[in-house]
Design a protein around this ligand. Structure first.
Ligand SMILES: O=C(CO)[C@@H](O)[C@H](O)COP(=O)(O)O
Ligand SMILES: [Fe+2]
Length: 215
């Protein structure tokens, strides 16, 4: 599955870019929320998420790169989040946070920074709908893919098989035509792509090409 990240969209033409995603073979719309504290960048917030929800026909996959995300779970759910992903590194009581996301009626996801081993989630995997493996350090689009990600995805896929848990494995950062098939073979289910899609001459065809590589 493919989740284009609107962080790389033209914010002055967001409706146009969302309509492109609607027409495309994309499965989700990836929405990156950055608070300038958890990551050294500020993206956009709840009103933009609401606007994306109004125009998108695909479910919103909301990636919260914010400290203490519990404060905003309800607001992003009300703004249309279908998947709500928090960072492992930003949560003190991750189990409680995950339960809260489910109570709100959203699908809970947990994201891991490149330095965080997948094994830290072993006790909570059955409670998750998605694990997001960061393949760059979070905060910016257009960064170089970290090659260690393949091994991490393989280890996570092995944990999934061993535990019979049923979560999606999502990869986020530096995804392109070179690494998409390899990530899929390693066990990834959802690939986020920002710059690779939106800087292409034909973003819709680029989404279709990426999708073919994941089949
Ligand atoms: O969460 C993030 C960055 O922190 C991502 O979702 C980026 O938006 C992906 O952009 P590309 O690396 O594909 O340009
Ligand atoms: Fe993201």
């Amino acid at each position: 599955m493919i989740a284009p990240s609107i962080l790389a969209a033209d914010f002055a033409n967001l409706q146009r870019d969302l309509e492109m995603i609607n027409r495309s073979e994309a499965d989700y719309v990836h929405v990156d929320i950055m608070d300038g504290l958890f990551v050294p960048n500020i993206s956009f917030g709840i009103p933009v998420c609401e606007a994306a929800h109004r125009h998108a026909t695909k479910p919103l996959d909301v990636h919260l790169m914010i400290v203490d995300p519990d404060r905003y779970l309800e607001a992003f759910r009300t703004a249309g989040a279908h998947i709500l992903t928090v960072h492992y590194e930003a949560c003190t009581h991750l189990h409680r946070t995950v339960q809260r996301i489910r109570e709100l009626g959203a699908r809970p996801g947990v994201a891991l920074n490149p330095h965080t081993p997948v094994e830290v989630l072993s006790e909570i995997l059955p409670d998750l709908a998605l694990v997001l493996v960061m393949s760059v350090n979070p905060g910016f689009g257009g960064q170089k893919f970290i090659e260690n990600t393949y091994r991490k995805v393989e280890r996570l896929a092995a944990l999934r098989q061993a535990s019979e848990a049923d979560f999606l494995i999502e990869i986020d950062g530096g995804v392109n035509a070179q690494n998409a098939a390899l990530l899929s073979q390693a066990g990834a289910d959802v690939l986020v792509a920002g710059n690779f899609v939106f800087s292409a001459p034909d973003p819709e065809a680029t989404i279709a090409d990426l999708k073919k590589k994941t089949r």
